[in-house]
Design a protein. Structure first.
Lengths: 199, 225, 487
């Protein structure tokens, strides 16, 4: 009988997980469509998603405290970017972020606020691989333009606006925005979801 | 989709990933062209002529900008634009395949494939619900937006997420109840209405892709590309 | 033979039992109705049969539920699913796939039925339920009624012996209800057992064998069809059971009120994008009247609401009141829609904030009047999402009244309500209509229209088909619309 209820509970959690993964994906798509076409904003995509997706992530962990959903949530936008013509490395960073976010959240049995928060930071870096093409392509592009006798001057200019430390800045900004996001999420939980008895 | 040839979703995904990885092997135009034409060939076989023509024109246009216009124009902004055009062009094969997969793979095909390759339930259930829930989010959002207008509620993170999350919780409860009452938790064999099967066309294109890959590696080894 | 013996059930976290001393037997092929006011326990009975209690909704359960001698209580859900098929109330939330054909196949796939057999059963289901035209379509483009039919089909394909229906008509219009009636007739002819929890019962007339009436989780009465037929109006009001024969419903609306406001629509049209979805050449409305907005599915009733209230972005033509042109902004400021999906309209963390929309300068006198008028006193600090459906609806009405909205639009306010609560809503609307406000109610609820509406706005094909007062002639017209034969 208990295994019966276990089974039902598992299916139920997985359905909830699907619903919240879908919501997370929508946050990604909305932030993405706003940011993608504008180059400076493009680099802010990860921090912005981290800022807004936190209540959804927290709800995902609350409603589906188990291994699996976090990984899928991390992977889904990466697979989408792959479809949209991004390089395969984005899938790799998605896997890494997903696995580690799962492990960290699992260490607190998906209930500890602090390990959930850290797992969210790691989780939020899932799309980092999507930004690598700028640097991969950059080097390739430089070579191809230099081959055809372009001046070194332009190459240097382009190099100057896409320095390597931008990548580090993205990571730091994502963690900071993730932290702020979690605070907003906590407030929302206390004010609404806990009060209404659904969390 | 109806009159084209049905590829197995597994083939589609392998090709997407394969083309994507092979693309970074070399920046030679020769390899790029080979992969691009491979993708166009797939579209033609699938009778997506209109798309194929559009991609072909776009590709030629971007190639033209990179190879010829860059000789005429110089300047910082052009360099940036050219950089973006260059990156877009390089990844066009992936984009073509990605769009093709999205256009030709129905959700039910996708779900049946997940069963076929025996993914765990932990993956199948959430992913099938994801596709089921997307359109619902749109409906809910329109309804919530109308309610905000009517009530004069300002736009804020809280006012957007609170009703959305409440309704998501609600839907997931009712949805899982309805699915469980139709045997969602049944152990044992699961069958599918949609048949997922590799056909000669799948093997043909996989073989073609493998040949391109081998050729690319040989040419790379010889230092030609 | 299905048998419940000495069942008691209490949801975990609840202090009072939801089912108390339930004993009953249902013979194969019987159609049994469970009725009673909201919260009486009829849904819990359905959940007991399909195993949702105790597997999904946990709590303390005692007693036994058996089917042909086999105990159901410890049976896994997927095994119960082979014998008992359930159709739920909400068409929007009970489909699991995105495609109608996949949806019908869903249960069979879970049972591991061979592909050829699934194909055969799906085709057979489509043919027998006459829904071939719905096959292989996106479920999202179907109307609520069509979705509900697909829900039936999905269960039908699994071919269970017993059909459990939990308020299947609550969100349907009357044409969809006619289709449900047809399906139920077919099931009855096939000798299936039908167990149904429902408020609206007129469509069950030829199918029903008996009705069990619940109060506070106890079965306190049994009705035969002729008993139900003979119920007086007072009994309906007391028990909450709706009319078995709609033509028995008496008209109790049409009270004269001394209001003088009037407004006009002239060459009024509404657009989604570039496409025109609504066009009304001329219409006149008065304050103090309750207008029933009727029409078939997709006729443009919701468009009428959203264009008139100002939610719709693009409208042309004029809305005039006392020689003032009400532009979109003004309409939005004065208008208020009480939606069918009340959950989407609640944003705040307490009932008080919800009503005052967080405004600082609270008019205490007006507020406490409003709270007691709407039966919300004592709930001020509760989170709106913890309230019952009816309370949520009243909170939204309260917030409209508090902000002095003058154009009130209601979208199906009585769907899924028993007779008692439906009368409550109509009394509430009547009392609101004493003030200087315009009230429009989109509804498919004939009993409700007769209990309080004064006039009818009939929308058809995106236009105003006719508009009439509910006098003797008007009552005939509305009966014609609902296909009711006057006795």
């Amino acid at each position: 009988m208990s295994s019966n209820k276990e089974n039902v509970k598992k299916s139920r959690n997985l359905v909830s997980a699907g619903v919240f993964i879908a919501l997370y994906f929508v946050v990604f798509v909305i932030v993405g469509t706003i940011c993608m076409p504008i180059p400076p904003l493009y680099l802010c995509m990860l921090p912005l998603i981290a800022l807004f997706a936190s209540p959804v992530y927290q709800m995902l962990i609350t409603k589906a405290p188990m291994h699996g959903p976090i990984f899928i949530a991390a992977m889904l936008p990466c697979l989408f970017l792959l479809m949209m013509g991004n390089i395969w490395i984005v899938v790799l960073t998605g896997i890494i972020a997903g696995v580690f976010a799962e492990i960290i959240a699992g260490m607190g049995e998906f209930k500890s606020a602090s390990s959930n928060m850290i797992s969210y930071f790691v989780f939020s870096l899932n799309l980092l691989g999507g930004f690598l093409p700028i640097w991969v392509m950059r080097e390739e592009y430089f070579k191809s333009t230099l081959d055809r006798g372009m001046s070194q001057d332009f190459v240097d200019k382009l190099r100057a606006i896409t320095p390597g430390w931008v990548l580090i800045a993205i990571i730091v900004a994502t963690v900071i925005c993730g932290f702020i996001g979690i605070q907003i999420g906590n407030k929302m939980f206390a004010k609404h979801f806990k009060k209404a008895g659904i969390a | 989709m109806k009159n084209g040839i049905r590829f197995d979703p597994r083939t589609k995904f392998i090709l997407l990933l394969g083309v994507n990885m092979l693309l970074l092997l070399s920046r030679s135009l020769f390899l790029e062209l080979a992969l691009f034409l491979f993708c166009i060939f797939i579209l033609l076989v699938d009778k997506r002529y209109k798309n194929a023509v559009i991609y072909l024109i776009a590709f030629l246009l971007m190639l033209f900008i990179d190879r010829f216009l860059s000789g005429c124009f110089t300047g910082f902004y052009f360099t940036i634009i050219n950089f973006i055009v260059y990156a877009l062009r390089r990844f066009m094969p992936c984009l073509i395949l990605g769009k093709w997969i999205l256009d030709t793979t129905a959700v039910s095909d996708f779900v049946a494939t997940m069963w076929k390759i025996k993914l765990p339930l932990t993956v199948i259930i959430p992913l099938s619900v994801v596709f089921r829930y997307f359109p619902t989010i749109k409906e809910e959002w329109e309804s919530i937006r109308a309610a905000m207008k009517i009530r004069g509620i300002s736009f804020s993170v809280e006012h957007v997420f609170v009703p959305l999350i409440f309704s998501a919780v609600n839907v997931s409860e009712e949805l899982s109840a309805a699915a469980l009452c139709r045997g969602l938790d049944a152990p044992g064999e699961h069958t599918s209405l949609v048949e997922i099967k590799m056909s000669y066309i799948d093997y043909l294109f996989l073989a073609l892709f493998v040949s391109i890959t081998i050729a690319a590696f040989i040419l790379k080894g010889m230092g030609i590309i | 033979m299905i048998e419940i013996k000495n069942v008691n059930f209490k949801y975990s976290g609840s202090d009072i039992g939801s089912l108390n001393d339930i004993n009953l037997k249902i013979a194969p092929g019987e159609c049994v109705l469970f009725c009673g006011k909201s919260g009486c326990g009829k849904s819990s009975i359905i959940r007991l049969f399909n195993g949702m209690i105790p597997n999904f909704h946990e709590g303390e359960l005692g007693g036994s539920v058996s089917c042909n001698g086999e105990e159901l209580i410890n049976m896994p859900l997927y095994k119960i699913a082979r014998k008992f098929g359930t159709v739920f109330q909400n068409p929007r939330t009970q489909f699991y796939t995105v495609n109608t054909t996949s949806e019908i196949a869903f249960g069979l796939e879970n049972m591991g039925v061979a592909r050829e057999e699934i194909l055969r059963r799906v085709a057979e289901t489509a043919k027998e339920l006459e829904i071939e035209y719905l096959m292989d379509r996106s479920i999202f483009e179907l109307s609520g009624g069509e979705k509900q039919i697909i829900a039936f089909a999905s269960v039908y394909a699994m071919n269970p012996d017993v059909y459990l229906l939990d308020e299947p008509s609550a969100n349907l219009d009357f044409t969809a209800i006619e289709k449900v009636r047809k399906i139920l007739k077919l099931l009855k002819e096939k000798g299936k057992t039908i167990i149904i929890a429902e408020h609206r019962i007129y469509y069950l007339r030829d199918i029903l064998d008996r009705a069990l009436y619940l109060e506070d989780g106890r079965i306190i009465r049994e009705y035969s069809v002729s008993n139900l037929d003979k119920m007086s109006y007072e009994e309906h009001e007391k028990t909450g059971i709706r009319m078995l024969e709609l033509s028995e419903m008496n008209y109790t609306g049409g009270h004269k009120r001394n209001n003088e406001g009037e407004c006009f629509l002239t060459y009024f049209s509404g657009f989604y994008g570039k496409k025109k979805y609504l066009e009304i050449a001329h219409a006149r409305f008065e304050t103090g009247k309750i207008y029933a907005v009727i029409g078939n599915n997709g006729a443009g009733k919701s468009t009428f609401l959203s264009a008139f209230s100002g939610v719709m972005k693009k409208t042309e033509g004029f809305v005039l009141e006392n020689n003032d042109v009400l532009g979109r902004r003004k309409r939005l400021k004065n208008g208020y829609i009480v939606m069918q999906e009340v959950n989407h309209q609640l944003f705040m963390d307490s009932v008080l904030d919800e009503i005052t929309t967080g405004k600082r300068d609270i008019d205490d006198g007006a507020l406490s009047n409003l709270l007691s008028e709407l039966d919300l006193a004592g709930l001020e600090e509760r989170h709106p999402m913890t309230l019952s459906g009816g309370q949520k609806q009243r909170v939204i009405i309260a917030s409209a009244r508090y902000s002095n909205k003058r154009y009130l639009f209601f979208d199906e306010p009585t769907s899924g309500l028993d007779f008692y609560h439906m009368i409550k809503v109509s009394e509430l609307l009547k009392s609101i209509s004493n003030d200087d406000v315009y009230i429009f109610v989109v509804t498919h609820d004939y009993e409700f229209i007769l209990s309080c509406c004064d006039a009818v706005v009939h929308i058809e094909n995106g236009g105003l088909k006719e508009q009439y007062e509910l006098d003797v002639v008007g009552l005939n017209r509305i009966q014609e619309f609902f296909l009711i034969n006057k006795k």
